[in-house]
Design a protein around this ligand. Structure first.
Ligand code: F6P
Length: 549
């Protein structure tokens, strides 16, 4: 396996050793105190870039932390890795592929293994544009001559999460077409969705890069059968009006019965979880139009340029990625929360879970050795303010340290300032409260002012103390536009890359999902034949119970 990426164990670097010492110096410092000592802190520990204002000053860091983290990035060869990435080298080494989702949003020449890909990319973009325009303006007709009203995206993982997250996030910009996403192999998911649909006015997009994913193929087959059974006029010609596919496996799509002119190709150099910028985003284009999709790409491209060209000290994906390492590897934090103060972004945490955990949940380093330090980030979250009424208790007063990222917008889309001010007041109040906490003295004073006597205060006060010093990063963006969303998503993609490079792992494969797939295939064969005693005692008993019911 040839490797153009550096392979350096981060824990053996000088910076890591210094960070360990530094951690011991800083771990008990209160961020609120650091603010008192340094009047410039909020200004120093922030990045302003286009419509983004990133405030990372409420983190348990100081200037030395930043300096050492940047030194770590340099020692592990992040510069070289970024160059390899942007040069389209084969950095997905274990699958022998380049990683070029960035090429889908950049207008420059892309050469992979000697082939210029810009023409292919442009051709597919043109195909998406003309097809989506016809469907949106109603010229495209179903097999009975009716216009299309509903679009169903059939896919899973990267072939679902990205398009679904984006169309939800950009619902404000949506046209008249109704979008549906079917992902789970749970038949109830597909049948529940089909109940609402008219086959004559529905377009199905089967999205599967490999075209061999069990869930997607099962759902597509069920839907095709439902479609063919819906009327005696429904035949193969009708299928060609209602089924299109996005895939890199053209032969398998054709074998499935979708005609070649209905295929939107993707390529092996686009990873599933980074594919929303490709034809995988067809449902996005159908939902919001090609112009908005292009704005999404443009925002991502601007973030790519920022990532490629900005010094690490002011580089958003680099700094935020390094902060994650600081908490995971030095503070020993188990998880991180992402809290968008924006209901439109309600699928962002689920989308990031695949992006972050499928990419960096690895335990073999780039030299093939078993890793003896933590990698990967467990990521979770929900929109604020709902999150405040669900799990914030644990962030405020639980025993675990959970770095949290707050994302909010200066302007609301419907311009309802009364609501928006309340929403954002909560955002700011929470980050302040998490940092400051409330000490015994403050609790006592508060209770005294409510008229409690000292005996009662003594009993209740321990429960009302907030330790504070809980780290937060605030990402404040002017407005939720396609362009800003593109930049935000690209920022997360590049953070994944940064962290993977520092951890010395391969971020772009996903061998870990294969075992479960294989075993499920074996067990399904047993369920189908009512035969099941080849497993451990627990699995055998579960299967027996299931088959007897
Ligand atoms: O879960 C594993 C995975 O390979 C993801 O990486 C991918 O996004 C998903 O399955 C779907 O794959 P496909 O697009 O090939 O159906």
């Amino acid at each position: 396996m040839s490797n153009s990426l550096p392979s350096i164990n981060p824990t053996k670097t000088k910076a890591w050793e210094q960070l360990n010492t530094h951690y011991n110096n800083i771990k008990n410092k209160q961020v609120a105190e650091l603010f008192k000592q340094d009047s410039q802190r909020a200004d120093t520990l922030k990045i302003e870039w286009k419509d983004f204002y990133i405030d990372y000053s409420k983190n348990r860091i100081d200037a030395t932390t930043v300096k050492l983290l940047v030194q770590l990035a340099k020692e592990v060869g992040l510069d070289q890795a970024i160059n390899s990435f942007f040069n389209a080298d084969t950095i997905n080494v274990t699958e022998n592929r380049a990683v070029q989702h960035i090429a889908l949003r950049n207008n420059h020449k892309v050469i992979i293994k000697g082939k210029d890909l810009s023409k292919d990319i442009q051709e597919v973009k043109d195909q998406i544009k003309s097809f989506s325009e016809e469907v949106i303006n109603g010229n495209y007709k179903g097999y009975t001559g009716k216009t299309i009203t509903d679009i169903v995206n059939i896919g899973i993982g990267g072939s679902d999460l990205g398009p679904y997250m984006i169309t939800e996030a950009l619902a404000y910009y949506k046209n008249h077409l109704n979008l549906h996403y079917i992902s789970n192999v749970d038949g109830d998911h597909v049948h529940q969705t089909l109940k609402k649909l008219n086959p004559e006015t529905t377009l199905f997009i089967v999205v599967s890069k490999s075209f061999s994913t069990q869930e997607t193929l099962s759902n597509a087959l069920t839907i095709r059968e439902w479609f063919l059974n819906s009327s005696s006029d429904c035949n193969k010609d009708a299928i060609s009006k209602h089924f299109v596919a996005v895939s890199s496996n053209i032969q398998k799509v054709v074998d499935f019965g979708i005609s070649p002119q209905n295929i939107f190709p993707i390529w092996d150099w686009v990873g599933g979880r980074f594919s929303l910028w490709s034809a995988v985003g067809l449902s996005i284009v159908l939902g919001i139009g090609f112009t908005h999709f292009e704005e999404l790409l443009e925002g991502a491209m601007e973030m790519d340029t920022h990532f490629k060209e900005t010094n690490f000290e002011k580089n958003i994906p680099v700094l935020l990625g390094l902060l994650s390492i600081w908490y995971g590897n030095f503070f020993g934090c188990d998880t991180e929360a992402v809290i968008p103060y924006c209901q439109y972004l309600h699928r962002l945490p689920a989308y990031l879970q695949q992006g972050i955990m499928e990419s960096n949940g690895k335990s073999t380093d780039r030299n093939g050795n078993k890793i003896d330090y933590q990698t990967g980030t467990i990521i979770w979250g929900e929109p604020g303010t709902n999150a405040q009424h669900a799990f914030f208790q644990l962030i405020h007063q639980g025993t675990r340290l959970i770095p949290s990222e707050f994302i909010g917008f200066k302007e609301s889309l419907y311009q309802d300032s009364s609501h928006h001010n309340k929403l954002m007041a909560n955002f700011f109040a929470q980050t302040e409260a998490l940092m400051k906490g409330k000490n015994l003295e403050e609790v006592t004073q508060e209770l005294q002012s409510k008229g409690l006597d000292l005996e009662a205060i003594k009993k209740i006060a321990p429960y009302k103390i907030f330790e504070g010093n809980k780290p937060t990063t605030s990402i404040l963006i002017n407005k939720l536009t396609p362009k800003n969303l593109g930049a935000l998503v690209a920022m997360y993609e590049h953070r994944i890359f940064v962290q993977g490079i520092v951890w010395n792992i391969y971020s772009f494969d996903q061998w870990g999902v294969e075992l479960g797939k294989q075993l499920a295939g074996n067990i399904l064969a047993e369920i189908d034949t009512d035969l099941s005693n080849a497993h451990d005692a627990s699995t055998n008993a579960l299967l027996k119970k299931f088959l007897n019911s």
